[in-house]
Design a protein around this ligand. Structure first.
Ligand code: ZN
Length: 321
């Protein structure tokens, strides 16, 4: 039994408007859902992805307006990578430079070309030229030329002081396949085929312990087909030495959470029901959606949230309902 790939990655941020401007207005992901943190509804939960927010394309944020930056270090996800089409790194270097964002020179990693830069809160974002994304559409309704649009999540990097505990958990507990090492970077593959996701463990015994705040990745969620498959994971995860939570209703998917041995929070999330459960494709992300159990508090919740202005992408880029 293995997961189907990455479902989503969730990150802590500061200013929500800055977050929307960067991820929807500049990187060209689609804002597919405006909702709140169900466990703390005075904070937004913003979801970005492709046209419909397919699992594997979703990056989400909890933006705390005045949050200080986190401290990078071990025991956390230190970078989030998106796939771009082969040959697109030149477009992206130029686009980032025009925006005044420092961007690395292209480097080769496991045979693929990688660019890296920081988002406005200091999270490390990587763009990887990935030949396997030829058939993936990305989001063509944003400000980025469709030929260069971000396709989906390529993978994540975990930074740990040592390899052994996570190595055996990823292989035996999660069923990931070890696929080689370059220097202190050790790659594991979660799932195969078109939804293949890479989990790199970078080992740095000298790194300080991470302190999570704005710019820190909060957790990564792995895909399973349905509720029944998710339930099968709970005893398996307990046998692997973790303590999974009960199933939680996240409205757009159902979730269990646990920590891998290196301390990184993992989630297992179901593909259904997805983001079209309360909006049409055309209207995704355009207004605040609340789950039924928070709807009675809508007035108070909405009053206390900062107003978000969505990027004006022009009439030619509007998507029909
Ligand atoms: Zn999650």
């Amino acid at each position: 039994m293995s997961v189907l790939g990455i479902h989503h990655v969730t990150v802590l941020a500061s200013d929500p408007q800055q977050n929307v401007d960067f991820y929807a207005g500049f990187l060209g992901l689609r804002l597919v859902k405006q909702t709140v943190n169900f466990d703390a509804p005075d904070v937004y939960h913003l979801y970005y992805g492709d046209e419909t927010g397919r699992p594997g394309t979703i990056l989400t944020f909890f933006p705390f307006p005045d949050a200080a930056r986190g401290r990078r270090g071990s025991g956390e996800i230190s970078a989030v990578a998106f796939s771009i089409p082969p040959g697109s790194s030149g477009y992206w270097r130029a686009r980032l430079s025009r925006k005044g964002i420092p961007v690395s020179r292209p480097v080769s990693r496991f045979g693929e070309t990688v660019l890296s830069f920081e988002d406005p809160d200091g999270m490390v974002v990587e763009l990887v030229e990935d030949p396997s994304t030829a058939g993936a559409a990305g989001w063509a309704g944003g400000p980025v030329e469709a030929a260069h649009a971000l396709r989906r999540l390529h993978g994540v990097t975990l930074l740990h002081a040592s390899l052994a505990p996570s190595e055996s958990f990823l292989a035996e507990g999660m069923g990931f396949a070890a696929s080689g090492s370059e220097d202190n970077r050790h790659r594991f593959l979660a799932a195969n085929g078109a939804d293949q996701a890479r989990v790199d463990v970078v080992v740095d015994a000298a790194a300080p312990a991470a302190r999570q705040s704005a710019g820190s990745v909060h957790h990564i969620a792995w895909r399973v087909r349905d509720d029944a498959e998710q339930l099968e994971w709970r005893p398996r995860l307990r046998r692997a030495g973790t303590t999974p939570t009960p199933v939680m209703d996240r409205r757009y998917f159902h979730s269990i959470y646990f920590r891998e041995p290196g301390g990184v929070l993992f989630e297992i999330a179901t593909d259904p029901p997805g983001f079209l459960v309360d909006e049409t494709v055309g209207s995704l992300g355009t207004s605040l959606k609340l789950p039924p159990w928070l709807e009675p508090q809508r007035d108070v919740i909405q009053r206390d949230l900062p107003v978000l202005v969505l990027p004006d992408l022009g009439p030619a880029r509007q998507v029909a309902s």
